[in-house]
Design a protein around this ligand. Structure first.
Ligand SMILES: *Cc1c(COP(=O)(O)O)cnc(C)c1O
Length: 395
């Protein structure tokens, strides 16, 4: 990507420089498991640099690599690796940073499966302990650090309530103590937040959300410096095997071309719907970093350049029957998990969270059954508002 270094993200993502394809305007899908060589000497030479040469598609595939180079460039990282899911990106990044008996500092309202991985899996298998803090105050990070802390793991904005962590301040603190930092940057996408520029070591995304954007891919990506990525590529990626399929890579490449304009459209719609909900008398509260009423609005303005289309709101009613009526009566917002696609979605976190978390952990998230999450899609916002208006009148 070096010759693209000075190009703007929109250009890097929309402009394909790949040649060797009969002039086809879109890079080809290399749907092959292995690559063959003309001679013993040729394959022998390829193994001298086995992670940079095309030998086997579990390690490197040309279609997937085009997408990886584009993502690394827009994140300001030296290298990116696409993997088979967002959680594979999360667990690979964490495993890179820790060994048995280490300690992790992370935030209370972290993505559910990430919480389980840190609090239960790593504890039971490797005696890796952890402290879950309220990440809104940098002092809480400083207080939680121990002699064996190896990683501060962030998610900002965090799931459901979108609490922020001050990325620059946490990165500076961690650097001063020789501790690695990683962040789940899925909410903002690489378009609206650049954690590596603020000093964070590793950035991960669930590509299933905004980067994929069409609700047709489950994937993840890890982005960092060359030295960290080379270690992840030679260890967690090669040995745990959560590689991306070539067709998924081709779909991600398709998605990347429109990522900047999709993010702008999600933000425009998100802002309008958030403002509408905030003004409605049946709504208690809206959680959305783009609103002036957001408690950390100033920090959001400082470290993010946009606020996407994902938001939560609390209905005034606490009656489960009414909350169910609200969710079931919407027509434009389909009921389902995940988010970040072209299609608007609604989800009631209480449905699955109480099955996966203890009531204490659920409360630790700062949420209750009246809090609903919507992913505002790319439909016209007035159609979405009318749907909400109609359904709010029913409860
Ligand atoms: C969805 C999600 C993940 C997991 O991604 P998958 O692609 O579903 O494995 C991780 N972090 C956040 C914040 C998510 O929303």
């Amino acid at each position: 990507m070096s010759k693209n270094d000075k190009l703007k993200p929109e250009t890097i993502l929309a402009f394909d420089t790949y040649k060797d394809q009969h002039g086809a305007v879109v890079p080809p899908l290399y749907q092959n498991s292995l690559f063959t060589f003309d001679s013993w000497d040729d394959i022998d030479k390829a193994f001298d640099n086995k992670y940079e040469n095309y030998i086997y598609s579990r390690l490197l595939n040309p279609t997937v690599k085009i997408a990886e180079d584009k993502i690394a460039a827009i994140c300001g990282g030296e290298k990116a690796k696409l993997v088979s899911s967002g959680i594979a990106a999360v667990t690979s990044a964490i495993l890179h940073c820790v060994k048995a008996n280490d300690h992790i500092v992370t935030i209370k309202n972290i993505y559910g499966p990430t919480n389980t991985f840190i609090s239960t899996y790593l504890k039971n298998k490797f005696n890796i302990t952890s402290t879950f803090i309220d990440g809104r105050d940098v002092q809480n990070f400083a207080n939680a650090i121990q002699g064996n802390t190896a990683l501060i793991y962030l998610e900002s904005p965090a799931s459901l309530t979108y609490d922020l962590q001050d990325l620059k301040a946490v990165a500076d603190l961690a650097k001063s103590k020789g501790i690695k930092t990683a962040i789940d940057n899925t909410y903002s996408s690489p378009i609206f937040q650049k954690p590596l520029d603020l000093g964070i070591d590793i950035e991960v995304h669930s590509v299933s959300k905004y980067i994929g954007g069409h609700s047709d891919v489950v994937a993840g990506v890890i982005v960092s410096s060359k030295s960290i990525m080379d270690s992840i590529i030679g260890n967690e990626h090669e040995l745990l095997g959560a590689k991306m399929a070539p067709f998924e890579g081709w779909l991600v490449l398709r998605s990347l071309r429109t990522l900047p304009i999709r993010m702008k459209a999600h933000q425009d719609n998100g802002m309008k719907i958030a403002s509408y909900l905030e003004s409605h008398h049946k709504i208690e509260k809206v959680f959305y970093p783009g609103l002036k009423s957001f408690p950390q609005y100033d920090l959001a303005q400082r470290q993010m350049s946009g606020s996407s289309g994902l938001l939560s709101f609390e209905l005034k009613t606490k009656e489960i029957a009414k909350i169910k009526t609200f969710v079931d009566s919407l027509k434009m917002f389909k009921l389902g998990v995940s988010w970040g696609g072209h299609d608007s979605l609604i989800y009631a976190p209480v449905i699955s969270y109480l099955k996966e978390l203890t009531p204490d952990q659920f409360e630790g998230f700062g949420i209750n059954p009246s809090i609903l999450r919507i992913s505002v899609g790319l439909e016209h916002w007035e159609d979405l508002r009318e749907d909400l208006q109609r359904v709010l009148a029913l409860i």
